[in-house]
Write a protein that binds this ligand. Structure first.
Ligand code: NAI
Ligand code: A1CAB
Length: 278
């Protein structure tokens, strides 16, 4: 951690599911003292696993978890966010924490309103590679977030990977559609490649290794070569060769348009989640 550690206060996670687990694991791995991390999770097995694996404090009650915390991370599903916030409004008004939400769709204004108003809110959109410290998080801060709180939120999410600050909140639904959901698109590609490889006669295990290492190697080239994807693709594509045959098939099938429509659908769903759970 940098100088903005939570040693002066503590961080309370509300909801101890998949994403909270990834973020908590990242914080502990980066040396944040476990005794400064609290989690409220109603499912006893999940709560016990978090306290056992990371040595953090577990609570079944949200109010108890937040009572001593200067930073709250709201990590419940969008569908329960309003009820969770409204039940914590009195505590929020009494203690004025920095509120960080990772929920898809739910806006900073909604969170502020449900928590009683006039609060510093950071909306964050991490992704599951956070578990490995290889995540990326889009962050938006409302006007009440000061420089120290901004640094605190950045530290919190940097434990999970890289951060990208977004100036306009309306773009957070596009962030969600690109990087929040994005790992699933890569996994879908891996599933489709696996099925196609087996259809061509490759043994399952051999195909698995070929696909895993291809996705890893291509991702590393995207980052480490720092060249446009189109240029990297050009170098794989010999004229009249095998790659060209595949790429022409993708293009003829409307691959780019399909990706655009998928990301648009995810962006729209983010907006709908905001309206549906208001
Ligand atoms: N899974 C992902 O890839 C990502 C998820 N998100 C967001 O993170 C949030 C959580 O998602 P996941 O971790 O995937 O879901 P999850 O279902 O694994 O975790 C949510 C947890 O909240 C607990 N919970 C339910 N009601 C509660 C309450 N009243 N008080 C406290 N805890 C309660 C549940 O028992 C569950 O363990 C969602 O809002 C989602 O939009 C954001 C980025 C990526
Ligand atoms: O699918 C979802 O709604 C969440 C948000 C981004 C990834 N998972």
């Amino acid at each position: 951690m940098t100088s903005h550690s939570f040693a002066s206060g503590s961080v309370a996670f509300i909801g101890g599911g998949n994403m909270a687990r990834s973020l908590i694991g990242g914080l502990v791995a980066r040396g944040v003292p476990a005794q400064t991390i609290r989690v409220a999770e109603p499912v006893a097995e999940l709560r016990d696993a978090l306290t056992r694996d990371f040595g953090i404090h577990g609570f079944s009650d949200n109010a108890a978890a937040t009572a001593q915390a200067t930073t709250w991370v709201l990590a419940v599903k969008p569908q329960v966010m309003r009820a969770v916030c409204e039940a914590l409004a009195a505590t929020a008004q009494a203690t004025r924490p920095l509120v960080v939400s990772i929920a898809a769709g739910i806006t900073a204004a909604q969170l502020e309103r449900w928590l009683g108003g006039d609060l510093a809110v950071v909306r964050a959109m991490p992704n599951t590679p956070s578990l490995l410290g290889a995540g990326v998080t889009g962050l938006f801060a409302n006007a009440r977030v000061d420089a120290a709180q901004r640094a605190l939120a950045a530290d919190l999410l940097e434990a999970a990977g890289r951060n990208v600050w977004i100036g306009e909140e309306s773009l957070m639904d596009a962030v969600t559609a690109v990087s929040g959901s994005g790992p699933a698109y890569v996994f879908l590609l891996a599933e489709a490649m696996q099925a196609a490889a087996e259809a061509e006669g490759l043994p399952s295990e051999a195909a698995r290794t070929l696909i895993q290492q291809t996705l890893l190697g291509a991702s590393r080239m995207l980052i480490e070569n720092d060249e446009m994807p189109s240029e990297l693709r050009r170098r794989v594509t010999s004229p009249g060769g095998t790659t060209q045959a595949a790429i022409e098939t993708f293009e003829a099938g409307g691959f780019r348009d399909l990706v655009a429509r998928a990301i648009h659908a995810a962006t729209e769903r983010g907006r709908q989640l905001s309206a549906a759970n208001d």
